[in-house]
Design a protein around this ligand. Structure first.
Ligand code: AMP
Ligand code: GLY
Length: 425
């Protein structure tokens, strides 16, 4: 099979690594990719926002399957434009990607299908949003409706914070994404990420993880795209997975099919496990980054077989097997992240740091004058497998400490909650 992978982050490096291991693969291209992905795939210069150019590339290179990593191209309709030309795609249509692209769309679907989620209101102007927030009181959660690169959510512990967040949205801080606002009830519990592979009709559970969104140790500091993750998530017991499938994922699949936008691709449910059971915080319509890295580390089966089954509507006849191990990944970021990261600092010792059960996935890296340099905020994902989360954590940090990059930083406590639980048992 000839495959084109779209994207350039750590998530896509992990996908490339797993796709490249498939006996079905004859040729892997990646656009635009990064130097790590370049070890697994031929990198192609393609403007992925130019869908006609992507179609042309697929035709000229006889691509059998396009795998779309990030949400941006999905929300822009790349899957529709490829399918319209008869090219097979793993990833949802533009209409189905609204599950990630519009928080209001998802909340309305939850309301119609009785899917447990935080109580909410949708507002298109400051005055009515303000009135709702003043009536409800804090703590309360303010969300820009559209894609805001993970920055559109404010968990406001006070009324003043909530009102300031509303003003920022309607001031245009998030551009068009903030023209509409969702105001939500504040949920308490433990968060978990739950993944399903979907083919329009069937959703196949595809692993659990927990990520660390905050910048600093002890889950403090500003929100980021994710500073580390581990899998599996201990709160996602088999019973909790069954409930999540029945109460959240299956009604969503039914609702999307009934509204004429059947969902295929990865459905990533961000959950709050409350004392009343699982509640949906949000959907993403792609793999999590860095959650994908730990899932790929644990996946026993051939990823390409599974992606094909999803693309062809064959998931009802498919199962997934996992290694009997935990995996953990630590993000190394460039100084300045999540604000303006410093680019260009030289990173040494990456190849030598990997080893048995340790993979180092590249995210924001580049080659400059033959040297590996930082070229983004989140730069490397040091990923390890172990019998326990604690063992994976030790291996990941031991590898990380062999990397010579003075301008990089990381959290030192990824997996702390799971490790504390393991030690208590
Ligand atoms: P998001 O960008 O939608 O993933 O939200 C970022 C983070 O905000 C989530 O991971 C949660 O920690 C928090 N959050 C979002 N919605 C709620 C809610 N309704 N109640 C409590 N926390 C929330
Ligand atoms: N790590 C969270 C996300 O990918 O959205």
């Amino acid at each position: 099979m000839r495959v084109l992978l779209i994207g350039s982050g750590g998530r896509e490096h992990a996908l490339a690594w797993k796709i490249a291991a498939s006996p079905l693969l004859t040729k892997l291209y990646a656009a635009p990719g990064n130097p790590g992905i370049g070890r697994e795939a031929e990198l192609v210069r393609l403007d992925i926002a130019d869908h006609a150019a992507v179609v042309r590339f697929c035709r000229e290179n006889e691509i059998d399957l396009v795998v779309v990593g990030p949400e941006g191209p999905l929300v822009a309709g790349i899957a529709d434009d490829l399918r319209a030309q008869g090219i097979r795609v793993f990833g949802p249509s533009k209409a189905a990607a609204r599950l990630e692209g519009s928080k209001g769309f998802t909340k309305d679907l939850c309301a119609r299908y009785g899917i447990p989620t935080a109580a909410y209101g949708r507002f298109g102007d400051l005055a009515s949003a303000r009135a709702y927030v003043e009536k409800t009181g804090a703590p309360i959660v303010i969300k820009a409706d559209g894609l805001a690169a993970g920055k559109g959510v404010t968990v406001a512990m006070t009324l003043d914070e909530a009102l300031a967040a509303l003003e920022a949205c309607f001031d245009g801080s998030f551009g068009q994404a903030g023209a509409e606002v969702v105001v939500e009830e504040f949920l308490t519990g433990e968060e978990a990420s739950f993944f399903c592979l979907c083919d329009g009709t069937t959703a196949l559970p595809f692993g659990t993880a927990q990520d660390h969104k905050r910048l600093s140790d002890g889950d403090t500091g500003p929100n980021t795209g994710g500073m580390g993750a581990y899998s599996p998530a201990p709160v996602m017991t088999p019973e909790m997975i069954d409930r999540t499938m029945r109460e959240i994922v299956e009604p969503t699949m039914r609702g999307m099919a009934e509204t004429g936008a059947p969902f295929s691709g990865v459905l990533f449910a961000g959950l709050m496990i409350t004392d009343k059971g699982p509640k949906l915080i949000e959907y993403n319509t792609r793999f999590g980054d860095p959650e994908c890295q730990v899932l790929m580390m644990r996946l026993k089966d051939d990823l390409l077989v599974l992606l094909n089954a999803a693309a062809d509507g064959q998931l009802a006849h498919t199962s997934v097997r996992w290694r009997d191990e935990a995996a953990l990944t630590v993000v190394m970021a460039a100084r300045g992240y999540p604000g303006t990261p410093e680019k260009g600092s030289v990173i040494r010792g990456v190849e030598a740091a990997a080893g048995e059960g340790v993979e180092i996935f590249h995210a924001g890296t580049a080659i400059n004058g033959g040297a590996l340099v930082a070229n983004g905020g989140r730069v490397l994902n040091i990923t390890a497998a172990g019998r326990t989360v604690g063992e994976a954590q030790k291996k990941a940090y031991a590898a990380l400490d062999r990397i010579d990059w003075p301008q990089g930083f990381c959290r030192r406590d990824i997996g702390w909650l799971a490790v504390a639980r393991e030690q208590a048992n």
